[in-house]
Design a protein around this ligand. Structure first.
Ligand code: MD3
Ligand code: FE
Length: 215
């Protein structure tokens, strides 16, 4: 018998991962096509590039930014910079949709009045990965990082406050948002090498937005 209220039409429930961390499955799905358009406009001004870490390793993930400052790395270290070193110009401003989406997601996770300063945009192709790390270049240690996944799905690695803590794995799909704030702000995390695939909107690519309150 077919159910009167099929579960397929119910929005997925928000899932609390730990204190301060929420997984909002499909939260950004209606906005994904417009987000991709905005990212391509940002790429025209501040193109994706492979940054070099202080140890001299070239990252497999390509990055760009929008907002007041952008996250950059070179042989001298990591920093937030108001100027894109590749163009010698300010980073493109936040599209209105970015600020609106980040604030709605943060609110849904218990962080009202979220106004980020920066958005790091990561682009993965098959085999690109992000090794286990903490994000601690931001001055605000309570405000959340809001992460939006777009395109191919990726296996996200979610650890604890110490590098040696056990790591859980979960699949992040296009439209999923994860919010990490307060006590969950400094957990180790990473992304396993992207598996080859084809997404209808992004082709063989995964995009990820991470909104940050830097100041
Ligand atoms: C948990 N990006 O850009 S997003 C990063 O999918 C980064 O591109 C990954 O890690 C990506 O720094 C993961 C999820 C995420 C981002 C930041 C966090 C989880 C986090 C900061 C603290 C705790
Ligand atoms: Fe990170």
């Amino acid at each position: 018998m077919s159910p009167l209220f099929p579960t397929e039409s119910a929005p997925p429930a928000n899932e609390q991962l730990e204190e301060g961390a929420w997984l909002l499955r499909g939260f950004a799905t209606p906005d994904v096509p417009a987000l991709i358009t905005e990212i391509s406009h940002i790429h025209e001004v501040s193109p994706f590039r492979h940054l070099v870490t202080p140890s001299g390793h070239t990252m497999s993930v390509a990055m760009t930014n929008c907002g007041r400052v952008g996250w950059v790395s070179d042989r001298r270290g990591y920093r937030y910079d108001p100027i894109d070193p590749d163009t010698a110009q300010p980073w493109p401003p936040f599209p209105a949709l970015f600020l609106d989406l980040a604030a709605r997601a943060a609110e849904a996770a218990g962080f009202p009045h979220y106004v980020p300063d920066a958005c790091l945009i990561n682009r993965y192709v098959p085999s690109a990965k992000l090794s286990l790390h903490q994000d601690k270049d931001e001055n605000d240690a309570y405000a959340p990082i809001v992460s939006v996944s777009i395109g191919l799905a990726a296996t996200f690695q979610w650890g604890g406050r110490r590098r040696a803590d056990p790591v859980r794995r979960m699949l992040l799909e296009s439209g999923d948002i994860v919010v990490w704030g307060g006590p969950a702000r400094f957990v180790y995390h990473g992304v396993s090498p992207l598996k080859p695939g084809e997404h209808p909107l992004t082709g063989p690519t995964r995009l990820n937005l991470t909104f940050r309150k830097v100041f």
